[in-house]
Design a protein around this ligand. Structure first.
Ligand SMILES: NC(=O)c1ccc[n+]([C@@H]2O[C@H](COP(=O)([O-])OP(=O)(O)OC[C@H]3O[C@@H](n4cnc5c(N)ncnc54)[C@H](OP(=O)(O)O)[C@@H]3O)[C@@H](O)[C@H]2O)c1
Length: 369
């Protein structure tokens, strides 16, 4: 377990020098420039700005990664809208990407050129328990640059190897959405065959949860506002689906579907407007994985019911590099492929954001670099 509490992302920024600076020699020089997006202030709030800049060079214990694809999460909309607090002017957005090692600093021991890797969401959380000090290092938010650039310098501990079975676009969907679903259901939820799971919607976290839970032999109920998406969820393995728009009392329906018992696991993605129903849909002894904020950051429900039914809540905040690596093995064993809704070109990054904001997607939205 690591005891050091430095912020790797800040370290990366501090030691990622422009190509012209005199730094220790990496294994190869790497390209001279990079294509990059930064968030800049405008009259209407933050906006994406595309730049070409000198490429970074890796510091002594850093790796230069050619990012081949990035993916969007709901969080990235919140960052762009300024709903997750202050963002540094010029921040590089997006937490999730995958690519290839193109150069290594002289003290790097874990990686070689051409290794296929993905940065971890909290660069400092490679293993062990979570520490609050890690919060500020989350990629693509606050003060910590993200991955929407075709070259980034990353501390060697802040990467995981991606499965050979996945292409870069697929692997780029994993660091936030998939690891969150993994921590919720497997690491903390201890899901087993025969359990019942409720997921809200058909976005990134929800569909990874559906795939993991189905692979483990659980029965999954999917809520969706679209009947067409419900059919797709069924084809992906959902045991039952409920349209939460046409059946606003979905908690009643979920109890009916489970013979009046309720579900043993709920991925709570909605927040204030869904929480009461989640509590009512939960079985005795069940677990809520508290994850999402679709309906805002407002006050939460009365939790008395949890005590009455011997149930619990796990607060979930993505996961560690160690968890990410274990999840990758599971993906390979169970031949799970991430569900990609649509891939946009680098120049169309704004359209990728707009598509995610429209809610039309089923699964992940990707940007190819
Ligand atoms: N705590 C963490 O570590 C963590 C990590 C990742 C994500 N999150 C949070 O988890 C949530 C999911 O993120 P994501 O990136 O997977 O989102 P996403 O891919 O953008 O998912 C969007 C989909 O969610 C569904 N949805 C929206 N509002 C809903 C509601 N009120 N009830 C039920 N479903 C609803 C819709 O599905 P249909 O179109 O099928 O209706 C929508 O298309 C977000 O709130 C995000 O901030 C938290």
């Amino acid at each position: 377990m690591k005891t050091r509490q430095t912020n790797f992302a800040s370290e990366a920024l501090a030691s990622a020098q422009p190509a012209t600076a005199a730094v220790s020699q990496p294994s190869t020089a790497g390209p001279a420039t990079r294509r990059i997006y930064r968030l800049v202030s405008s009259e209407r709030g933050l906006r994406l700005q595309q730049n070409v800049e000198p490429a970074p060079r890796p510091g002594p214990r850093q790796v230069l990664v050619r990012i081949e694809a990035a993916s969007l999460n709901y969080r990235d909309l919140l960052v762009l809208r300024g709903q997750l607090g202050k963002v540094r002017e010029g921040l590089v957005p997006l937490s999730d990407g995958a690519g290839r090692v193109v150069a290594t600093g002289p003290e790097v021991t874990r990686w070689r050129e051409d290794d296929r890797v993905a940065p971890i969401f909290y660069p400092d959380w490679s293993s062990g328990p979570f520490r609050e000090a890690y919060l500020a290092s989350a990629l693509g938010g606050g003060d910590s640059d993200g991955v929407l650039a075709d070259l980034i310098a990353v501390p060697e501990e802040a990467l995981v190897r991606i499965p050979d079975a996945l292409n870069f676009e697929e692997a780029a969907t994993l660091p936030c959405a998939a690891v969150t679903a993994w921590q919720a259901l497997v690491v903390r939820g201890r899901l087993t065959a025969g359990d019942t799971v409720l997921v809200q919607g058909t976005g990134g976290v929800a569909l990874f949860a559906l795939q993991f839970a189905t692979a483990l032999g659980a029965r999954v109920i999917v809520l969706s506002s679209s009947d067409e998406k419900r059919e797709r969820a069924t084809r992906l393995g959902a045991w039952a689906t409920v349209n939460y728009k046409t059946t606003p009392e979905w908690d009643v329906e979920v109890r009916k579907l489970t013979g009046g018992i309720g579900v043993s696991h709920i991925l709570e993605l909605g927040g204030p407007a869904t929480y009461d129903r989640s509590l009512r849909a939960l079985a005795a002894g069940g677990k809520i994985a508290q994850i999402g904020v679709f309906t805002g950051f407002g006050p939460q429900s009365n939790l008395l019911r949890l005590q009455l039914i011997n149930a619990g809540i796990n607060g979930i905040n993505v996961g560690s590099g160690e968890q990410f690596a274990a999840m990758n093995e599971f993906l390979v064993t169970h031949r799970i492929k991430p569900v990609i809704d649509r891939t946009f070109a680098f120049e169309e990054a704004q359209s990728a954001y707009d598509h995610l904001a429209s809610g039309r997607h089923f699964g992940k939205v990707v940007v190819k670099l």
